[in-house]
Design a protein around this ligand. Sequence first.
Ligand SMILES: O=C(O)c1cc(=O)[nH]c(=O)n1[C@@H]1O[C@H](COP(=O)(O)O)[C@@H](O)[C@H]1O
Length: 229
Amino acid sequence: MRQNPVYLALDLPRLDQAEALARKVADHVGGIKLGLEFFCAHGHHGVHELHKLGLPIFLDLKLHDIPNTVAAAMQAIHVLEPEIVTVHASGGRAMMEDAKAAAGENCKVVGVTVLTSLDDGDLTAAGVNCSSHDQALRLAELAHAAGLDGIVCSGQEVGAVHRQWKDGFFVVPGLRPGNGKNGNNHGDQKRIVTPRQARDDGASVLVIGRPISRAEDPLAAARAIEATL
Ligand SMILES: O=C(O)c1cc(=O)[nH]c(=O)n1[C@@H]1O[C@H](COP(=O)(O)O)[C@@H](O)[C@H]1O
């Protein structure tokens, strides 16, 4: 377990807003997660700017394409020195193997299993004939076999995955302090747990965005989450 496992998801449209928020809570998070919204808007320049804060950078690009394309994309982001990068585990074993081979030496590659915004009904609609729990476990096994460092899954599966993959690196988003019972907004997330529950079940990294970024007082929210861990 890292000293502070919380990685702040900086899903904000403006670079100055993202920088200001990261600066405000920097002492109460263990790293910063930059995802598609940030990277599509601010690209390499934005990542370089956020590096200046001195926190580890998790580049959540959720790469999913043929192996050759994903490997080339991984090589193109070496220069950004990310600590963690995501690919979709459903892209298949060869894609994950090539992504890992192309990653920088100090970069962890993790496979997204089943997005936390999906439930069993969504999987059925997409033609997946098993529960999100079973599908997450199946994709975790595939990511392990492909040599990835770990996976992204919801807190509802991390305990089961951890039992099967003892030294895996597990990223858990879809976190809501108080489990949504204290007026928190789930938003588009369907498979949620509290940060504390995810940590207790074996999460290595806790990804938290809106519960901090949309809070009236983001610093107080980050501190309150830290205090529960
Ligand atoms: O890979 C991710 O980080 C991710 C995977 C997943 O299954 N669900 C998920 O929410 N995420 C990301 O985690 C963050 C969650 O944000 P909040 O719901 O605002 O805490 C977002 O940046 C998502 O892109």
